[in-house]
Design a protein around this ligand. Structure first.
Ligand SMILES: NC(=O)c1ccc[n+]([C@@H]2O[C@H](COP(=O)([O-])OP(=O)(O)OC[C@H]3O[C@@H](n4cnc5c(N)ncnc54)[C@H](OP(=O)(O)O)[C@@H]3O)[C@@H](O)[C@H]2O)c1
Length: 175
């Protein structure tokens, strides 16, 4: 699986909070725009809780791949239901030219960590209440290749958009 690109994309606050009671803890259109620009046209892979957090169902113009133990019909239409992580391995292996985005939550971030090539991290310069924190990332396996900083603007705190790539030879597991 040399060419397949597996990427993570997430936003976290100053303490690593990413979720609160099944939802995002914030409403930040600039961050949402960043997410939309990067993921549109590419498959997005998510856990069922993350999918249920979408107020309008599947995100448009992207394949929505949802991991769940439940029967597919319980989650509605417009998505591809996956029942185990091994099926994700097979899907990404079958499309070597595609960039797959894992968009959360934590069980997916945990289980695919040995395979991830790129990390798109947004740091939000604020403290929110939350019940889900980003998993620890082995940062020594990645290098920062791009960074964009936006100062605070009205209700929107300062945002830093980071893009990391796995350093060649640093423990990427090949399928
Ligand atoms: N800030 C961000 O960038 C960001 C990104 C994503 C999510 N979030 C937030 O994080 C929270 C959700 O994340 P989460 O970690 O709690 O949940 P999650 O990973 O989105 O979903 C967990 C669910 O995924 C399914 N699942 C997980 N592993 C599985 C496996 N190996 N086989 C089959 N099904 C599996 C199960 O669904 P079933 O129970 O249906 O079986 C499990 O209950 C929300 O608050 C969301 O808003 C934030």
């Amino acid at each position: 699986m040399d060419e397949t690109m597996l990427s993570y994309i997430w936003a976290e606050d100053r303490t690593g909070v990413i979720g609160d009671r099944g939802r995002l803890p914030w409403h930040l259109p600039t961050e949402m725009h960043h997410f939309t620009v990067l993921t549109t046209g590419h498959p997005i892979i998510m856990g069922a809780r993350t999918f249920r957090s979408f107020p309008k169902g599947p995100l448009p113009n992207r394949r929505n791949l949802v991991l769940t133990h439940q029967p597919a019909h319980l989650l509605g239409q417009g998505i591809e239901v996956i029942h185990d992580v091994e099926s994700i391995y097979r899907m990404i292996d079958a499309e070597p030219a595609e960039e797959f985005f894992v968009i959360g939550g934590n069980s997916l971030f945990e289980s695919l960590l040995p395979l991830v090539d790129k990390l798109y991290q947004t740091q939000i310069d604020h403290d929110y209440r939350g019940d889900v924190r980003m998993i620890p990332i082995p940062w020594n396996q990645f290098e920062l290749v791009r960074q964009r900083q936006l100062p605070a603007d009205g209700q929107t705190p300062a945002l830093t958009f980071n893009e990391y790539r796995r350093i060649k030879g640093k423990s990427k597991v090949e399928l």
